[in-house]
Design a protein. Structure first.
Length: 453
């Protein structure tokens, strides 16, 4: 088919689903959502994970994480009989298309991504695939991984493709059903590329009528994912760096972001200054791309991403310092309430969460910290047993000498400043997400401090 660089699915293409047998290896945020979504559009899906507890929970219809819309989708697809969870790789033998959706966390000893789970998943899968089966990697991997894996897959009679996933937590179901784009990284071998292309098109038929499908080589497909996340991280760190000059010069970064964002070339999104980005993707993906850039001698990219990361980490220092200043210099014994623990609203994910990081640092500096979050407290109770947890915001505010808003859940943004004032010991609030109306809070007698405003 000539390996075109870019192709758009023909308009009006038949979007009827021809049910296929699929497998999904790894049932974290990405894999579990992908498996349930593919079953919901009509495919027969077997999802495998070596974590038997997780498999059992999912098989019984219990989502192991908070993701809007996922619980209903899980139960519905389990009931339909089109979704199965297993810890036994032999159960995937009939599938014609296998998705690798295991995690690639940061390595403990460097910035690079840890590929242990990817190689283990592929190693466990290959003895069970049928001839001509397509193995599509969805995990975020360093450039070069697919070409390294291709020989093994071909040796087992399969065909490899790379098919990165761009879903956001909190919108994972929606993003999987209505993606902005679908990317296929295909083999340099035209025969294998043709097999993978046809199989992926068959799987994604319901989505392809409504979104562009881009076809490319393995390396480009691998880089697209990390480049997208690096760009988003750069936008956030850019506005956070600008917020420093706004603070120094008495300007307002929220108005500045709104004004520059009205230029379509810039865009308004991902320009919210504050305590910075966290989560299971952006921080580790910029570091993994930095490691790849270093490896390939792309010095400017490595330097740029190093700056993006250090600006982001400094935002947390800024908030801790702001807290110290607002309690008069000594944090020990001071009652501080942190609104937010998840790395962003609509999630219970606390991986590299700025809110939780600031909370534990303030606790380490001697403050009596109470953390409030509508969803993440069960996770925090396991990871940070020394913090006091309170799920009711009004109870959490009781007696506080300082309040920090660090995850902009709707219920926190909607707090009535006059009512909140009656609970606290001191009316001082640090808005680490620039999500509150400073005028309303000041009118209710609060000392309000945002980030760069
Ligand atoms: C991200 C990408 O958006 C997604 O496309 C990719 O597939 C996975 O990584 P996610 O980790 O779910 O998704 O979170 P995202 O919505 O990108 O937010 C990341 C972090 O940036 C959060 O901590 C958020 O609070 C922060 N953020 C976001 C800001 O600090 N300012 C902003 O303007 C936007």
């Amino acid at each position: 088919y000539g390996h075109p660089r870019e192709r758009r699915a023909p308009r009006g293409e038949d979007a009827t689903v021809h049910p296929m047998k699929l497998s999904v290896i790894g049932v974290g945020y990405l894999g579990a959502v992908h498996a349930a979504t593919m079953a919901s559009v009509g495919h027969d899906v077997v999802a495998v994970d070596s974590d038997e507890g997780r498999v059992a929970a999912l098989a019984s219809g219990t989502a192991p994480f908070v993701e809007p819309g996922f619980d209903g989708l899980l139960r519905q697809t389990l009931d339909s009989g089109r979704l199965h969870f297993t810890a036994d790789y032999r159960d995937v033998a009939e599938a014609g298309l296998h998705f690798i959706a295991v995690g690639t966390p940061q390595r403990p000893d460097s910035h690079a991504a840890d590929l242990t789970h990817v190689y283990a998943a592929v190693g466990s899968l290959l003895p069970h695939i049928r001839p001509g089966a397509v193995v599509a990697g969805k995990s975020t991997v360093p450039v070069g991984t697919a070409s390294d894996l291709e020989g093994r897959v071909v040796g087992a009679g399969g065909v490899l493709a790379w098919n990165p996933e761009f879903l956001r937590e909190g919108f994972a179901v929606r993003d999987t059903l209505k993606p902005d784009r679908i990317v296929y990284g295909l083999s340099a071998d035209a025969g294998r590329a043709g097999v993978a292309l046809a199989r992926l098109d068959e799987c994604y038929a319901p989505m392809l009528s409504a979104c562009p499908r881009l076809i490319m080589d393995f390396a480009t497909a691998e880089l697209i994912k990390v480049a997208a996340n690096a760009f988003l991280a750069t936008k956030i760190s850019f506005i956070n760096a600008v917020s420093q000059v706004c603070d120094a010069a008495g300007a307002d970064v929220t108005l500045l972001a709104e004004a520059i964002g009205l230029d379509e070339r810039i865009g308004r999104r991902f320009l919210r200054a504050g305590v910075g980005f966290g989560g299971g993707c952006l921080p580790k993906d910029i570091r993994a791309l930095q490691a790849s850039a270093d490896l390939h001698g792309a010095r400017h990219l490595a330097d740029l991403l190093g700056q993006v990361d250090s600006i982001n980490r400094e935002q947390r220092d800024r908030i801790v310092e702001l807290a110290r200043t607002h309690v008069g210099g000594d944090l020990s014994g001071r009652a501080i309430t942190i609104l937010g623990a998840a790395f962003k609203p609509l999630s219970d994910d606390v991986r590299d969460s700025p809110a939780l990081d600031v909370a534990s640092r303030l606790a380490d500096l001697g403050a009596e910290v109470t953390v409030c979050d509508p969803q993440a407290l069960p996770v925090v109770a396991r990871s940070h047993p020394h913090l006091t947890l309170e799920d009711d915001p009004r109870a959490a505010l009781k007696g506080a000498e300082l309040v920090l808003l660090l995850t902009e859940w709707d219920q926190f943004v909607a707090l009535d400043p006059a009512e909140a004032a009656t609970s606290v010991a001191e009316r001082v609030i640090i808005d680490g997400r620039n999500a509150l109306d400073p005028v309303a809070w000041r009118e209710a007698g609060w000392t309000y401090a945002g980030v760069g405003r």
